[in-house]
Ligand binder design. Structure first.
Ligand SMILES: C[S@@+](CC[C@H](N)C(=O)[O-])C[C@H]1O[C@@H](n2cnc3c(N)ncnc32)[C@H](O)[C@@H]1O
Length: 396
């Protein structure tokens, strides 16, 4: 992540605009941390710049970066935001990793294929057959599928930013206009897609997570969701080199009430990924488990953003705030820290949702409304439960 360091940060009056970035307001942590968050706008996008004050050899030292909950793509926007911030505050930098050669490889315009989660939940057209790839990594298989199937729409889901940027660049270079990318956790993503909409879901060489099995992409919930999203005859294709993961996936698939499962060992695909090449050099076995969907599924409930229709003054929220965790069987909310913008507005940083895949967010209390920041929280199952806990806690 781009960051700068300085010893001479002094806040200036806001709002101020520099080089297209508007630094709107400053929120100061009131729970003991030496931290400020600067609410910043660039075009339509809003994000937070985080200023962390530390002591270094008895001297003041500030680490300044974009708060990772609100990070943006391409990286160049965050780099330019930090430059504008440094210019506004006349910072003398003691460190910067924003050298020209580290700038993003992709231009902002190319990022139109990186779609927001709201887009997938509410705007994705279902006029073409869908192929979905989970954790595409270097993207060789995804790009191959895109080229081989120009009449289909290919959705790639990945959480590793450098891989996302590389694949966006490749799509641009290869003039592929049938790819859409989601920077999101695949364990939640499938909930956003319509039932019976997808031809294939590829999960190639997922991280085996032998020591943290709860982080695995394949789980019973994932497989059930995959079967809902796939059209009858559609396929979930898992490819792995891990004997452990193979056995685990087999057991998970087996828990389905009805299934059609095909297993292949050391079967060649028309394209092989970097991982695959490495495992082949090591003469490891490679397993394919293909689960075919046999049933038509009912349509899923419409996914709406979670909103607050009532509000309370920020002063009241501040009094109620406590660093606590609320939980029920399958969802939780943890209020982490509190930041004050002025007497009537502030932010609460929290994590919420499912235990194994929490979402990290801010709640913005602003004059007469409460909203999630930086974007809406989608009404997927565990978030709905967590949202109710927040409403009960603040009586809103
Ligand atoms: C071992 S790599 C395999 C990459 C690629 N499929 C291949 O065959 O080369 C696993 C990939 O899955 C991604 N990944 C891991 N957990 C994920 C999740 N929950 N959602 C989306 N992507 C994930 C990782 O970032 C990584 O790029």
């Amino acid at each position: 992540m781009p960051n700068i360091q300085t010893g001479n940060y002094r806040p200036v009056d806001l709002p101020r605009t520099v080089d297209g970035f508007t630094f709107i307001s400053r929120a100061v942590a009131i729970s003991g941390k030496n931290e400020e968050l600067i609410l910043t706008r660039y075009g339509q996008r809003e994000f937070l710049i985080q200023v962390l004050r530390r002591e270094r050899d008895g001297r003041e030292d500030y680490l300044i970066k974009v708060d990772k909950l609100t990070r943006l793509s391409p990286v160049s926007i965050m780099q330019d935001a930090l430059k504008a911030f440094a210019k506004l505050h006349r910072l003398e930098l003691t460190f910067s990793n924003i050298e020209p050669q580290k700038r993003a490889i992709v231009k902002a315009d190319d990022f139109s294929i990186l779609k927001s989660i709201d887009y997938f939940a509410t705007e994705l057209p279902y006029d073409k057959p869908l192929l979905v790839e989970v954790g595409f990594g270097s993207g060789r298989h995804l790009l191959w599928q895109a080229k081989a199937n120009p009449e289909k729409r290919i959705i790639g889901i990945e959480i590793h930013r450098p891989s996302i940027e590389q694949v966006i660049k490749q799509c641009k270079l290869q003039h592929l206009n049938n790819v859409m990318i989601a920077d999101f956790d695949a364990r939640i993503f499938l909930q956003l897609l319509a039932s019976n909409s997808t031809e294939k879901i590829f999960v190639h060489f997922p991280v085996p997570w032998d020591k943290k099995p709860h982080r695995r992409v394949i789980s019973q919930a994932f497989v059930e969701e995959a079967m809902r999203v796939l059209r009858p005859g559609g396929k979930l294709e898992l490819r792995t080199d891990s004997e452990n993961y193979f056995a685990y996936a087999f057991e998970t698939f087996n828990a389905l009430n009805r299934y059609d499962l095909q297993i292949k060992k050391n079967h060649d695909l028309p394209v092989s990924s970097k991982y695959e090449e490495r495992w082949r050099r090591m003469e490891k076995n490679i397993y394919d488990l293909t689960l075919t969907c046999e049933t038509h599924s009912p349509e899923r409930k419409k996914i709406e953003p979670l909103l607050f229709d009532k509000t309370i003054p920020f002063t009241e929220a501040k009094e109620r705030f406590a660093n606590i965790t609320l939980k029920n069987e399958d969802a939780f909310v943890h209020f982490e820290s509190l930041y004050q913008i002025d007497a009537h507005s502030g932010l609460i940083r929290l994590s919420m949702g499912a235990f194994e895949k929490p979402e990290h967010k801010y709640l913005l209390f602003n004059q007469n409304k409460i909203q999630y920041f930086p974007k809406q929280t989608l009404a997927i199952n565990q978030n709905i439960k967590a949202h109710h806990m927040i409403k009960e806690f603040f009586h809103v």
